[in-house]
Each structure stands twice: as C-alpha cells, then as structure tokens.
Design a binder for this molecule. Structure first.
Ligand SMILES: Nc1ncnc2c1ncn2[C@@H]1O[C@H](COP(=O)(O)OP(=O)(O)OP(=O)(O)O)[C@@H](O)[C@H]1O
Ligand SMILES: [Mg+2]
Length: 273
C-alpha cells in the first residue's frame, strides 16, 4: 500500500477548518413498532467545510440517510447537536437542496412543475423561476420534456429532474442521498461528470451518500467510511487527487489506491468478503 498516497484524518481537513456543517456528538435512536429501541447512529462527529465535497459510504442500514435527514432538520437528534453556519438546527432547514434516495416526483405535475415545486411549497412566485427551471432542464439534456409527466420518463431522466428541483433555488448546500443509484452505468458517469462541473463552478458544499466506492473517490475531497449498525464514523479518508478531474483519473494509481483502501475497510468490517 503506497502509504504516502493515502491520508486519513480524524475529522478535519484544510477545507473543513472553515466548517459550514458541524455534527457534534450526534446519536439517533428510533422506536420500533414493538416499542424497541433501534440505535441508528451513535457518537458521530463530523465537520463539513464550506465548499467541500464530502461523501459518505457505508453498509446498508448504517444510518446514512438518517444522518442526512438530521442535517436537514427533518429528524431530531437523540443526542448531540448539529450546527449549520454556527446555528443549531432545530427544525427543517430550508437553505439547502435535497436530492432524496427515491426521486419523489409527483406524477400529477409536469416535469417543469415538479422542478418548480419548491416555489409553490414556499409560497414564492414560480413565474420568476421558470426561466431558471427551463435552463436547468436543458443543462441535463431534458429540453423538450418540460410538459411531460414523470411516468413518461426513464429512471435516469426522473433522477435528473429531481436534481434540477434540488438546484432550483441555487442553495449553497446540497444533500444528496444516492442520487445516481437507479441510473445505468453510462448515464451515471455522465451525471457524475456534470455534477462535478457544476460543483467546480459554484463551489457549493455537498454532502453525498453513495454505495459506489469509485463514485465517492471520483467526486470527493474526503470520504467518510461508516461502520454497520449502529452507524459510526469508522474512518475519514482524504482524496488528494488534483482537480479539475476528468474520467481518465479513474485509471490512475492514486485513484486505485484509495478505492483499495476503502474496500479493505469494508472487508475488515465484514461487509464484503
Ligand atoms: N423512521 C424509522 N423508524 C424506525 N427505524 C428506522 C427509521 N428510519 C430508519 N430506521 C432504522 O435506522 C437504521 C438506519 O437507517 P437508514 O435509512 O439511515 O440507513 P442507510 O444507511 O441510509 O441504509 P441504505 O444504505 O439501505 O439506504 C436502519 O436500521 C433502519 O431500519
Ligand atoms: Mg439510505
């Protein structure tokens, strides 16, 4: 293992020194149907820097979606606290874009109206945002589909509509829960590359969940590897690969070494054999 390539860090990096999101001693316990405690997340500390692209990987059920929902204020912490820009999150936090694990498009609304959904929910004048909605749809190759209904689209197209919806109000922070999980390999690569371009241009802070190790390495500044339930941060790995990155970076030795490192951690945890 080329040790000089792989750097792990406790919970900081040069970017996270200026933290936008602080997850401080956070735990989450759910109550199951029979009243039993389900500990989804334990003792989680994490700082996500302003403009950082941070990915979270971990076995199914280790609390990744729970963590994202806690950051968005859609769930309450059982222990610890989460701060965004120094302010404790005490309820739904609205200055962010959330791309959920399933696309959650509404079949009775057109593609365009789905992208504009946030305006309607917030009582904003959607006419002022129609131009941007159309532009976003065009940027992901969906020009001409504005008046279609979601059920007329493929899975990949639906995911792209959901991404446009998350980006509509140009939020400084994006929470993405396996947004490309349902895509075919080629569309997925295209979406990764588009997301990276967008991030490079806008310097948004992105918290990204994926099951794909190579996707995490390709996109991220750092990768958080979580252990199985109850979920905890197992290790944080710096992805010290120059930017801007293109798809050819996947063939490099440093890329392979980081993928290998994450895979080893999964093997150690018994997640893969
Ligand atoms: N509302 C809930 N009530 C009870 N248990 C829940 C609830 N939401 C999540 N859980 C449990 O908490 C644990 C973590 O769930 P979570 O959805 O965060 O996992 P995940 O890491 O996102 O998994 P996946 O990779 O499969 O999406 C799981 O054991 C799940 O069953
Ligand atoms: Mg999940």
């Amino acid at each position: 293992m080329p040790a000089d390539i792989i750097q792990t860090s406790a919970s900081t990096s040069s970017k996270s020194a200026d933290a936008l999101i602080e997850i401080d001693g956070v735990g989450k316990t759910f109550t199951g149907q029979d009243g039993e405690n389900i500990i989804a997340l334990e003792d989680t500390d994490l700082k996500i820097g302003r403009g950082e692209f941070l990915s979270i990987v971990g076995p199914s059920g280790c609390g990744k979606s729970t963590l994202l929902n806690l950051v968005a204020g859609l769930l309450e912490t059982t222990r610890g606290e989460i701060r965004i820009d120094g302010e404790q999150v005490n309820g739904p936090y609205t200055d962010l874009g959330f791309a959920f694990q399933s696309d959650l498009l509404l079949d009775w609304r057109t593609v365009l109206r789905n992208v504009l959904l946030q305006c309607d929910m917030r009582g904003m004048d959607s006419k002022q945002h129609t131009g941007r909605a159309r532009k976003l749809l065009k940027s992901v190759g969906l020009e001409g589909f504005e008046d279609k209904r979601p059920f007329e689209l493929s899975g990949g197209m639906r995911q792209r509509v959901a991404l446009c919806r998350a980006l509509l109000l140009d939020p400084p922070m994006l929470l993405m829960d396996e947004p490309f999980g349902a895509l075919d390999a080629l569309t997925r690569e295209q979406m990764q590359s588009d997301l990276l371009d967008m991030w490079q241009e806008t310097q948004k802070t992105v918290l990204f969940i994926t099951h794909s190790i190579s996707e995490a390495v390709y996109l991220s500044d750092r990768i958080v590897v979580m252990s199985a339930r109850p979920g905890k941060v197992r290790e944080i790995i710096d992805v010290d690969i120059d930017r801007p990155r293109d798809l050819s970076v996947r063939d490099s030795a440093e890329f392979g070494a980081i993928v290998h490192r994450v895979r080893l951690l999964f093997q150690e945890m018994g997640v893969i054999h």
